[in-house]
Design a protein around this ligand. Structure first.
Ligand code: AMP
Length: 586
């Protein structure tokens, strides 16, 4: 079915949007002008994300404005004003300084959405150390790989997570010097310290050192199809994109209550769950609890959320819950709803119109881009199923890869190709940590090749087609098949594994593993369950396969590479495509 466009007119606006004339805004755009809307550090000492997010508001009328409203799982509500957030992040920066942790050194976090996580993120940025959040549902294996690859010096976590997932790894992580536990009062030993004690002892005054906009600020791990997870490096200058997308895409206005449901363990939870809303001086809502349709609707109502940023999986779960939203809840304060992370079905856009009274605005970006690159905007027509149009300041194109490392720009509308972005936007990743070659391979000339396939229509709207590689998107999270395969290979019964993303209506794709057993083992339900449990224990629920099937031989290329594409086609009963490289025996 072709979904009709959703037209917008001034009468449909609940508040005049920040971006009205798209063409003119694009034509007049310059990043220098965006920079002028930010403050910069006093006395021309550079640009620091935490200053733009917190201190510049705390210095003026924003001092007593609520910056962070935290909703605990148990019903507690804690408000932190911009003044409080300044003091707490200063304390954390002083803690780092006292521990001798300096510029460029990596401070990791592994926790649920607790207030200390936010103090740590902002305090780390103030100290010009590098903040690297991990998802708390990761198992020990993905955690160890990231801590090791990211040269973690400090880890902020909780006692339970430390004991369960990290303490046994310590001997293999010699660079990891300090563990700061957010929920203990006394230090456990010289390296496992009480964060509350340290914060209480630290001064609430801190002067941010001179910060070069190109200083490394954030490290976000993302999965590849081969090899280890990739650490995408971001710099302080990224705050220009965070601020601009907060203005034009999220359409934040003074006094707004904003809620981004993403966990800080993923890039959305940092760029939009911390930085972007704070740069606009609005109130940023954080819910510690996980998804629950009823709780989320109640939160939208009770907290009078104006702008909501969520994900397709959550929207589909809401759709499935059958809740009569508009009958049961007063959502009249809600002005805009945005979604990111995976394709947003047109059905979901129109469900929003019926059930929230608002269409859902899809937008597209990835860990490497640091911020939203393609979006639907408050004042502009939505074409359900489309990711929207490039952010002013961003040049997106459909390209075709040619031999000899060249590309050709697709001029025609509605042609499928690689989605590419012209390099040079402030939040573009500056490298994959310790992996220059992989970084260089992402670029052809002036273009960053995103790894996604898309097409552009005659009016410049982009439509997502799929990934150009085997990366799996499950509940909005990237999972690298190689990571899962490597862990299953550690089981004594396993000879070979191939892992694919199997389409699933609710979570997008589920991780499915095909396992070939060693000759001395026999397939059984018991062994299947054992393998599921084995993988879950090592990888954690966010990454582990949900399905395992036994297979005699995995389809492989003549050079011995598992053909995941073929496994997937066979699983889905689709044409097998080009199998000229398939090994004869298959
Ligand atoms: P991540 O780096 O984990 O944020 O994942 C980025 C990837 O998620 C993109 O390269 C896309 O494959 C996918 N993605 C993100 N947003 C969208 C969207 N709006 N529609 C379709 N796919 C999306």
């Amino acid at each position: 079915m072709d979904w009709p466009p959703i037209k917008k007119s001034p009468s449909s606006w609940r508040l005049q949007p920040n971006l009205i004339d798209y063409q003119q805004t694009c034509a007049d755009f310059s990043w220098d002008k965006v920079r002028q809307e930010l403050d910069g550090l006093p006395d021309g000492r550079g640009l620091n994300i935490a200053h733009e997010a917190v201190d510049r508001h705390a210095a003026g009328a924003g001092q007593s404005q609520v910056a962070l409203r935290w909703l605990g799982k148990d019903g507690q509500v804690k408000d932190f004003t911009y003044g409080d957030l300044k003091a707490q992040s200063n304390r954390f920066a002083n803690v780092l300084k006292t521990l001798g942790v300096g510029k460029g050194e990596r401070v990791f976090s592994l926790s649920g959405r607790i207030p200390e996580l936010y103090f740590a993120a902002l305090g780390t940025l103030k100290n010009i150390s590098v903040f690297c959040p991990l998802f708390s549902a990761f198992g020990p294996e993905p955690i160890a790989q990231r801590l090791e690859r990211g040269d973690a010096r400090v880890l902020v976590t909780t006692e339970r997570l430390y004991r369960k997932k990290v303490s046994a790894l310590r001997s293999s992580l010699p660079k990891l010097q300090y563990i700061l536990l957010a929920d203990i009062d006394q230090d456990q030993d010289a390296s496992v310290l009480s964060l509350p004690r340290l914060l209480a002892a630290a001064s609430a005054e801190f002067t941010i050192p001179p910060t070069d906009p190109e200083d490394m600020a954030l490290l976000h791990f993302t999965s590849g199809t081969t090899g280890k997870p990739k650490g995408a490096v971001h710099v302080h200058n990224a705050v220009l994109t965070h601020y601009l997308t907060g203005k034009y895409v999220l359409d934040l206005h003074p006094g707004d209550i904003f809620w981004c449901t993403a966990d800080c363990g993923w890039v959305t939870g940092t760029s939009y769950g911390i930085i972007a809303p704070l740069t606009h001086g609005v109130t940023n809502l954080v819910d510690e609890a996980d998804f629950d349709a009823e709780r989320w609707c109640r939160t939208l109502e009770e907290q009078q959320v104006n702008v909501w940023y969520t994900a397709p999986t959550a929207i589909r779960m809401m759709m499935r819950s059958g809740l009569k939203l508009r009958e049961k809840f007063d959502l009249s304060r809600l002005r805009l709803v945005h979604s990111v992370g995976e394709p947003l079905n047109p059905e979901a856009v129109s469900w929003g119109q019926e059930n929230l009274g608002l269409p859902i605005h899809d937008n597209w970006w990835q860990t490497e881009t640091g911020g939203i690159m393609i979006a639907n905007y408050a004042a502009l027509e939505i074409r359900p199923g489309s990711m929207g149009r490039p952010l002013p300041g961003i040049e997106a194109a459909i390209v075709h890869r040619l031999a000899e490392g060249k590309i050709e720009l697709e001029e025609q509308a509605d042609c499928e190709g690689d989605l590419a972005l012209r390099v040079g936007w402030p939040s573009m990743f500056r490298g994959y940590l310790h992996d220059d070659e992989r970084y260089r391979n992402c670029f052809v000339g002036d273009w960053y090749i995103t790894g996604d396939l898309a097409q552009r229509d005659a009016d410049g709207y982009f439509w997502f087609i799929g990934r150009a590689d085997d990366i799996i998107k499950t509940s909005g999270h990237m999972v690298g098949p190689f990571e899962v395969e490597s862990v299953l290979m550690e089981h004594p019964a396993v000879a070979e594994v191939g892992v694919i993303g199997k389409p699933e209506p609710l979570i997008g794709e589920l991780v499915k593993a095909f396992v070939a057993l060693k000759p001395e083992f026999e397939a059984s339900e018991e062994l299947r369950l054992e393998l599921l449990g084995f993988a879950r224990k090592k990888l954690g629920s966010a990454v582990a396969p949900k399905e395992i099937a036994f297979i005699d031989n995995l389809p492989k290329t003549r050079s011995g590479k598992i053909m995941r594409r073929l496994l997937k086609a066979r699983e889905l009963g689709l044409p097998e495509g080009d199998i000229s490289t398939l090994e004869q025996s298959q």
